[in-house]
Design a binder for this molecule. Structure first.
Ligand SMILES: [Zn+2]
Length: 117
């Protein structure tokens, strides 16, 4: 389990796995991952059910990249993956968008017990 700090010092846990659509994706770190001969910040690997993040990324970028890869998984599960050359663009919009939403609304990630009032 790894923790990262966002701008504003929000402490966020990077889980060892992401569960979505009845599947578990291991979250792993690699030094300088490469896809198709190109250095990448991260990638997701559907057949092996893993999300790979570049270990050299600064902490906010680790989290933004994780959200980007989760957006890819959501599109894949919805049958959208590969249907549009705009997939990278959409992963950036929704991945970075939710990353920003979390930073600017830190109560979304409050660490504590639920209080029913
Ligand atoms: Zn991508």
């Amino acid at each position: 389990m790894k923790y990262v700090y966002t701008p504003g010092r929000l402490k966020v846990k990077i889980p060892n796995k992401i569960v979505y659509g009845g599947m578990e994706f291991k979250v792993e770190f690699e030094d300088h991952p490469v896809i198709g001969g190109e250095s990448v910040w991260g990638h997701w690997d559907y057949p092996n059910q893993r999300i790979v993040l570049a270990s050299q990324l600064a902490e906010p970028a680790i989290l933004a990249t994780l959200f980007h890869e989760m957006a890819h998984i959501i599109m894949e599960m919805a049958g959208f993956s590969g249907l549009s050359e705009k997939e990278e663009w959409l992963a950036d919009i929704f991945g970075y968008g939710f990353f920003q939403m979390m930073i600017q609304n830190q109560e979304l990630c409050a660490d504590g017990t639920r209080e029913d009032t």
